[in-house]
Design a protein around this ligand. Sequence first.
Ligand SMILES: Nc1ncnc2c1ncn2[C@@H]1O[C@H](COP(=O)(O)OP(=O)(O)OP(=O)(O)O)[C@@H](O)[C@H]1O
Ligand SMILES: [Mg+2]
Length: 631
Amino acid sequence: MSILRKIEHFREEEERLKWEGTFADYLNLLKEKPWIAQTAHSRVYNMIKDAGVEEANGKKEYQFFKDQLFGVNEALEKLVEEYFHSAAKRLDVRKRILLLMGPVSGGKSTLVTMLKRGLEQYSRTDKGAVYAIKGCPMHEDPLHLIPNHLRNEFYEEYGIKVEGNLSPLNMMRLEEEYSGRIEDVIVERIFFSEDKRTGIGTFSPSDPKSQDIADLTGSIDFSTIAEYGSESDPRAYRFDGELNKANRGMMEFQEMLKCDEKFLWHLLSLTQEGNFKAGRFALISADELIVAHTNESEYRSFIANKKNEALHSRIIVMKVPYNLKVSEEERIYQKMIQESDLSHVHIAPHALKVAAIFTILTRLQQPKKQGIDLLKKMRLYDGENVEGFNSQDVEELKQEYPDEGMSGIDPRYVINRISSAIIRKQLTSINALDVLRSIKEGLNEHASITKEDRERYMDFIAVARKEYDTIAKKEVQKAFVYSYDESAKTLMDNYLDNVEAYCNQNKLRDPLTGEEMTPDEKLMRSIEEQIGISENAKKAFREEILIRISAYARKGKKFDYNSHERLREAIQKKLFADLKDIVKITTSTKTPDESQLKKINEVIARLVDEHGYNSVSANELLRYVGSLLNR
Ligand SMILES: Nc1ncnc2c1ncn2[C@@H]1O[C@H](COP(=O)(O)OP(=O)(O)OP(=O)(O)O)[C@@H](O)[C@H]1O
Ligand SMILES: [Mg+2]
């Protein structure tokens, strides 16, 4: 669809969704679709829930966030369950300001933006539809029209609780325009839109010390006082503060904790009673989600100030920590690069992963558990198998530091370093070493890192570099084998045939000549030695493998190359050991002969075709691995 067609389509859709009717019509609609009367908090919760929830291992994964926020499921689950879900049930938390606390560039703004854009879309769906008194600058809930003394009866008939009082403006309009006939008041369907200031607002204080409350609650329109005769005529008031405009939806409060406490007091009544004071009017009821965000140090100094106590108890703090999984961090970088102007640059395979290894290490706390170091912890967190540890251990590790993820290197820093390396060197292709180098250089200029942290981080650069060396060697060695998986499988089958014959004290049959042969001890040992299995331990190891094979057979599963981790490692190492000399010589020779040249070209072609390199990064990789193997 062309863009013009899409715009047209959107407009048609908007026309189609429009609804307008009297309050009496609205009540009929309510009978049919009672959910349209839900509170703002309930709508946010249902929006998240309706996008889908996946459950795995007792953990919930909200699909609503999955395209934009990676690796922070636990924090999101807590936020949705403890705040939105409870608030949707009209529990007290609804009356508190939601304060997201987390380290810089940890995704707080991303989260808030997702909620805003999400609500805009959701209000266009059947489930998320919102109705309001037509012509009201605050899109007031039509049910406020129901007089207090009839609300119990309304509840009995409709099962809907009405909270909040009709605003002074609509009270007056009811009398003047509708002669008090509630049933005639015109109601319309509204669509949330931040641009049009409908149901979505952002408040950013201009001067935190002398902020005018009118920006939040609206102000008197002096030009119309003469017309209406008095300041207390609601028609002489402009209900155009951010709180007014965000009514029924949500308001983001930026830099909230930087505001003067006197200013924040105005928020007290809103959060406590669901209403706020504007001008010379009775309290105005509001139904909206207020979200603010802050970092840890700002929050600490806020609560340290005694004057803030009252406010403090009306805030619900939810942590938004950094992601702690290497693979998810890689996805974050990929997303940020796609969104940036770097997307045309070739980023060699593993470059982002190696950067992510570094970053995650800076965020992890030293484990207390026996036999585990930071690197193992990092792998376990990422869901990798680490011999001797299971998922129970991962939970225990997480419990050691409930505050983990609130410090360390942020994703924006890494992206900035990548782009600075690209721009400075005018590269069109960047590899893992370029990235690490740039991150390292940047640490010296990074203002908010202490000297101790800088030293620790330098060590992590070295660790990440070592990880890269292992990855790079493996990659090249694999590319040297014509068909790596095939060769590994052949070697393993061969090994298993021999092991089987050995354990059953059988002979093997030569597939070509049909001759009987004794098991090939030399072959078996050459593989077992790769993972340090001694002469004494070989029998037990071979038997263990046979047991594993029969266990697989019983379950009807196929035993293959990946079924036994140590065996896989042994096979891989054996393949590489056989190759080592040829890889070493071919990659490091300055003047390759014809057959070496052919091999190099083959390997480069394979790296490009199958492993995502381009010719520059593939050549760099080969040269680097050559130098590593010759050390
Ligand atoms: N867990 C995450 N998943 C996906 N992207 C993330 C995550 N954390 C950070 N980002 C990305 O990092 C960048 C910075 O995030 P964002 O601006 O949302 O952070 P913030 O917490 O609001 O930071 P600040 O404290 O500086 O305001 C964004 O591009 C965001 O998409
Ligand atoms: Mg932000």
